[in-house]
Design a protein around this ligand. Structure first.
Ligand code: ZN
Length: 157
């Protein structure tokens, strides 16, 4: 087989079966780390303000996506918000039915221009509506790992 041998028919293609080990690690970045550290250690949310655009980003980011300014003005934001949109989930990531449907929502945090996608709890799926006032329920401190799942869910208030 020459270096530039070209397969004319798929039956001539060679195949090897096996596995290629691939790992990846997602990092949340400098702003994301501070955001999740604050949740883990102090049960509170931080946003970051662009004074030029008057936008409070949650989750925070280091640069304003509108004016590209470097952002440094951290602000504590409430752990309350409103359901901006939601969906009811009936199957898991593998397509297996869940024991009970779960509600996933985008919660716009009060006083910010952002929010979080998370589960709603302590509410029946049929009772959820857009605009519903909710608050974050944090896991016990010993159970927290520095991620979004340190928030157990949002519940109606
Ligand atoms: Zn800006």
């Amino acid at each position: 087989m020459a270096l530039f041998y070209r397969v004319q028919h798929m039956r001539d293609a060679l195949a090897w079966e096996g596995e290629i080990p691939i790992t990846s690690r997602y990092t949340v970045g400098i702003a994301g780390e501070q955001f999740f550290r604050e949740i883990m250690e102090k049960s509170r949310f931080l946003g970051i303000l662009c004074p030029e655009c008057d936008i409070t980003y949650v989750p925070p980011r280091l640069y304003c996506e509108r004016c590209f300014a470097h952002l440094e003005e951290w602000v504590e934001v409430p752990h309350t918000g409103r359901v901006h949109t939601f969906t009811i989930v009936h199957v898991d990531l593998d397509g297996s039915p869940l024991p009970e449907p779960r509600v996933l929502a985008f919660v716009r945090l009060d006083g910010t221009d952002g929010g979080l996608v998370h589960y709603l709890g302590e509410v029946e799926p049929g009772e959820v509506c857009i605009g519903m006032c909710v608050e974050a329920v944090f896991k016990e401190k010993a159970e927290r790992k520095g991620g979004v799942l340190d928030i157990a869910y949002f519940r109606p208030v």
